[in-house]
Design a protein around this ligand. Structure first.
Ligand code: 5GP
Length: 191
């Protein structure tokens, strides 16, 4: 998606070999007009999938997912990283290793908000190793829900997540795919 690629080129900051900071428009300050254009693109890409629920993970996926829910006209659920008072009987739980922080956390979704009648589109800001996406897919499986696919804002295609998920037969639609990036030479995109 050209609009997102241009914005990443303009406002993205590469840190080291593998971290892209997009705090100016996505992860800290957020640009809802851009999010709306992204959501409309996913709506086009998943037009035939009868999506009736959006699932994301705390925290940075929530802003994007909320606009996606608005455009799809369906509820948005986020998997919680913080400990809740819910007992294991009340919620689905999966373990996710955070790419940026390196810590492992349990993420949970209440059984009230995900179930067999749901046709789920997973939305997240980044795809790197695929751990977050796999954790969310695990929750969808536990709920007996149908996974329509995964919408990612920025896929770092030089990392293994996208390849792994597509090889498993999952429909992954990334709006910007970074082929290479470095602090000195900038960012290149691939289709
Ligand atoms: P994965 O689980 O695919 O390894 O990483 C995806 C998660 O890690 C996303 O939810 C995102 O929050 C975070 N993440 C991965 N790579 C980056 C990055 O380059 N920049 C930022 N800001 N977050 C990232």
């Amino acid at each position: 998606m050209k609009l997102l690629e241009e914005r990443i080129r303009q406002d993205g900051v590469v840190i080291g070999d593998d971290i892209l900071k997009v705090d100016r428009f996505l992860n800290h300050q957020m640009d809802p007009m851009l999010f709306k254009a992204m959501a409309e693109e996913w709506k086009r890409l998943f037009a035939k999938d009868n999506v009736n629920k959006i699932l994301t993970i705390e925290a940075s996926g929530i802003g994007i997912a909320c606009i996606v829910g608005l455009v799809f006209g369906c509820p948005v659920v986020f998997a919680k990283k913080s400990k809740t008072r819910n007992t294991p009987e009340d919620c689905y739980m999966a373990t996710v290793r955070s790419f940026t922080r390196g810590i492992i956390s349990d993420v949970t979704v209440s059984k009230n908000y995900l179930g067999p009648s749901d046709r789920v589109l997973i939305i997240d800001d980044f795809l790197a190793t695929g751990e977050a996406a796999e954790g969310l897919m695990n929750l969808v499986n536990q709920a007996g829900a149908h996974l329509c696919g995964i919408g990612i804002a920025i896929e770092k295609a030089f990392q293994p997540g996208g390849k792994k998920l597509r090889a498993a037969g999952v429909k992954v639609e990334s709006l910007a795919r970074v082929g290479t990036m470095s602090e000195h030479e900038g960012i290149s995109f691939i289709d």
